[in-house]
Structures are given as C-alpha cells and as structure tokens.
Design a protein around this ligand. Structure first.
Ligand code: HEM
Ligand code: HEM
Length: 187
C-alpha cells in the first residue's frame, strides 16, 4: 500500500481516496440526472432530485478538503521524458477538472436557490439559499449547470484517455501511481 502522503514517486492514499471517491460520486450524479429525466411522476422525480442534491453537496465538501490537502501535498512530478507542452497540458487539464468539480455543485446550489428549493437536503441538515428566488436566474443557472456538466464529461473523457495512453502506449507509471494496489519498490 502507498503511504498516506504523496511521495515524489506516487500519490498517497489520502489524495487517491479523494480522487476515486469523487470519480464515483460524479458518475452517481450523472446517472441520477439521467434517472430524474426518465422518472415517471413528480414524487419519484423529487426523491431522486433530493438524492442528487445531497450527493452533490457531499462532492462540494470533498472538493474543498481535497484542494486544502493538495496545497500541503505536492503531487509527484510527471515523468521527465514528457515534452514541455504535454506537461503543461496535463497541469492545465488537472486545474480545469478541479474548477469543474467545484463549479458543478456551486452552480447546482445557485440553481436550486433561485428555484426556491434550497433547503431540503441531508434530512435534518438544511443548506441556506445563496440567492433570492428568481425565474430568470433559475433558467440561467440551470443552463450553466447543464453546460458545465457537458464540459466536465468531455474533459474527464480526455483525461481518462490520457491515463490509458500513459499506461498502455507509453508504458510509464502515471496511471499506476494513482492506484492503491501499487507501491513503487524503491520507495
Ligand atoms: C458534482 C456535482 C454535480 C454533478 C456532476 C451534477 C450533474 C448534473 C447533470 C448532468 C444534470 C442534468 C443537466 C441537464 O439535463 O441539463 C443535473 C441536473 C440537476 N442538478 Fe446537478 N450535479 C451536481 C451537483 C448538484 C447540486 C449540488 C445540486 C443542488 C444543490 C444540483 C441540482 C440539480 C438539479 C435541481 C438538476 C435538474 C434536475 C431535473 O432535471 O429536474 N446538482 N446535474
Ligand atoms: C470525474 C472524473 C475525474 C476527475 C474530476 C479527475 C480529476 C483529477 C485531477 C484533478 C487530478 C490531478 C491531481 C493532482 O495532481 O492534483 C487527477 C489525476 C489523475 N487522474 Fe483523474 N479524474 C477523473 C477521472 C479519472 C479516471 C476515470 C482515471 C483513470 C483511468 C483517472 C486517472 C488519473 C490519474 C492516473 C491521475 C494522476 C496523473 C498524474 O500522475 O499526474 N482520473 N484526476
């Protein structure tokens, strides 16, 4: 098992936990958005939407903790044989992904606030409305939430393909060092 903190050779368990937990929850969010669309009847839609909002707020909490952990834990440097532009592109994609997984729940929260439904999550725990109810802002943030989701889906797909390229075509450690089952021998 890797250590808790990042090392120059691999991501530590805490960074890995944040990475994979958020991947699973984001997949859950897309699946639930689809199920809301397919659901028959108002009650079924309301129940699924409440679950989508609750899990989305969990993502928000995890992303904030993840970014704090990231500040105090430098990621392992990319392999030295990667070209300068490849390294820059990887760094840019990673910050774009951080931005998107933060913007998704925030736009969802603004969306439900504008719709007047901000305060019914986590059972007894209510989150405050961020803004006053407004039809035009509801439409705006609903559209923003949808476009951000599409962008996240596309960027995550490119990121997935890049990880697979590293593993299968370049044969380096970039994918393995994000996996909890792998520990570099010399570390
Ligand atoms: C990582 C977090 C999230 C992801 C990936 C996500 C993803 C999505 C996606 C893909 C849709 C469908 C968009 C469309 O059809 O245009 C959607 C709809 C929606 N999301 Fe999120 N979401 C997240 C967080 C949140 C949060 C935190 C809230 C509210 C607090 C929220 C509230 C909603 C609502 C109300 C809808 C509309 C559902 C309907 O069709 O009636 N989302 N979300
Ligand atoms: C919702 C989907 C995903 C998001 C939001 C996401 C986000 C991120 C972010 C922000 C980083 C940078 C970590 C850092 O250095 O600070 C990262 C790294 C990484 N991700 Fe993802 N990821 C997603 C899906 C995936 C998938 C499906 C795979 C796998 C096959 C994957 C494999 C990796 C690997 C291998 C790294 C480490 C890259 C390196 O060593 O520099 N990710 N991911």
């Amino acid at each position: 098992m890797p250590p808790l903190r990042n090392t120059p050779a691999q991501y530590g368990l805490v960074s890995q936990f944040f990475h994979w937990a958020i991947v699973v929850l984001v997949l859950f969010q897309f699946t639930w958005a689809w199920r809301i669309d397919q659901a028959d009847g108002f009650r079924a839609q309301l129940e699924l939407t409440t679950q989508h909002k609750t899990v989305g707020m969990l993502v928000l909490g995890l992303v904030v903790l993840r970014l704090l952990w990231r500040v105090f834990n430098r990621p392992p440097p990319l392999p030295g044989n990667m070209k300068g532009w490849e390294q820059k592109l990887a760094g840019f994609t990673h910050w774009l992904l951080y931005g998107l997984i933060l913007a998704m729940p925030v736009s969802g929260w603004l969306y439900t606030s504008a719709a007047g439904y901000a305060d019914q999550w986590w059972g007894p725990v209510n989150f405050p409305a961020l803004i006053e109810p407004s039809d035009s802002l509801q439409d705006l943030f609903g559209a923003v939430h949808g476009w951000l989701a599409l962008t996240l889906g596309l960027v995550a797909l490119v990121h997935l393909l890049a990880a697979l390229r590293h593993h299968f075509l370049l044969g380096d450690d970039v994918l393995k060092r994000m996996l909890p089952i792998w520990k570099r021998n010399s570390q």
